[in-house]
Design a protein around this ligand. Sequence first.
Ligand SMILES: C[S@@+](CC[C@H](N)C(=O)[O-])C[C@H]1O[C@@H](n2cnc3c(N)ncnc32)[C@H](O)[C@@H]1O
Length: 476
Amino acid sequence: MARPRTPRKRTLYERQTVVDIEHTGHGIVKPEGKVIFVEDALPGEVVDVVVTRSRRNHAFGMVERHHLRSPQRVEPFCSHFGVCGGCRWQYLSYARQLEYKHSFVRSIMLRIGGLDDLEVLPILGCRQDRFYRNKLDFSFTDARWLSREEIAGGGDNLERRGAGFHVRGRFDRILDIDTCHLQPEPSNAIRRAVRDFTIAADHSYYNSRSHCGWLRSLVVRTSSEGQVMVTVVFGSAANEAQRERLFDMIESTFPSVVSINYIVNTTLNDSLAAHRVHRARGTDFVVERCGDLRLRIHPRSFYQTNPLQAERLYGLVEEWAALNGTQTVWDLYCGIGSIALFLARRAGLVWGVETVAEAIDNARENALGNGIGNVVFCVADVKDALCTPPPEALPSGADAPDLLVLDPPRAGLHPAVVKSILQLAAPRIIYVSCNPTTQARDVQMMSGDYRAVRCRPVDMFPHTHHIESVIELQLR
Ligand SMILES: C[S@@+](CC[C@H](N)C(=O)[O-])C[C@H]1O[C@@H](n2cnc3c(N)ncnc32)[C@H](O)[C@@H]1O
């Protein structure tokens, strides 16, 4: 017979003053010399904290009760706030979010990068802090998260299928979302329509434990040109006729949808990187506007998720690059070629490198479509592309760049890439990063050869703790 479970001991610390906030947005309390990172706690607040996870040197906790609230608090604007895992900083005014983000970048550069004399310029905040994203990924579930009221009401006979985001701190639980404030319409309308249509047709939704279910996720991409791309991810290749009926419904209900695609993912893993994208209706791209550029984006291609702020980010890179029309620039991790094309107007030649073949197809089409001839793009892992001798794809005369632009994923640079960059010894580097922690580490690794001269945080992700950071490095 199974032994009854011993209830876990609850550790509660009462009336703790929050002494600081750290870069993932947690408040810090220090009872009895311990360090506890607490969700939803701001400096100066007095709180009762329940420990949720303990590590050897620190712990994580949740506020059980606020005794004193910070005057920095504002009313969250979203009805899903608190349960939904997105936009966790809604309780803080946007102006304060920016102040904290600026100080996080400064302290990361100091602590991890050892950059005590680096000038951290004022943060570039967003002019629009809602409906700022151009892409959202919604998950389907057959066991949606129930509210307290629904549970109190018995929870029986409720429709458990839903579509939305992960519940805060729960990778296995999905909250059905009614209205999300991150992406402009028709994002909410498309998600609701797909949900209502497939529930009415009684299709199965994915179950993250059994890994069964037909409808798995939905990616909606909107663009500033008013075009919309929809990509539906299925857990099996079955039900071809039903799949077509779903696409018919999307196509006839939403005239701005110019591209409908689908992916069949039968693996346990949610990553879509390795799966074939099938084009179902329309084009296999949407067009996004960036300054005076028109950029094609394929479902597999990366593009900055905040298009208005992307323009300002690239403007900053252009300003710091201060090109005079003759220089050679390498845009490493170039995606659809957006930075390369932005800089090409004032460069001699730009070489862009990126691993995703579809993104490089877009980059080449984007060069052509925008009448830009002095750019060459290459599909390669940056690690391989930087190895000597340079690959054939590197245009002649471009092997000694005047400027490197780096924009790697969150993990930052591979040590082999850092080594190649040091051997290359380009006079200047502009390093764009969505993760200042790995950026500071990489800059520290290059600090023997390169001096970090200026840094500017750029906010691409309001109401989250995430922050983009741009650093200029000069060869010593
Ligand atoms: C943060 S995005 C930047 C893209 C582009 N600069 C922009 O602003 O849209 C990073 C890009 O690096 C690509 N990437 C990731 N690892 C790579 C690697 N090892 N070599 C080349 N490209 C890589 C990704 O596919 C993605 O397009």
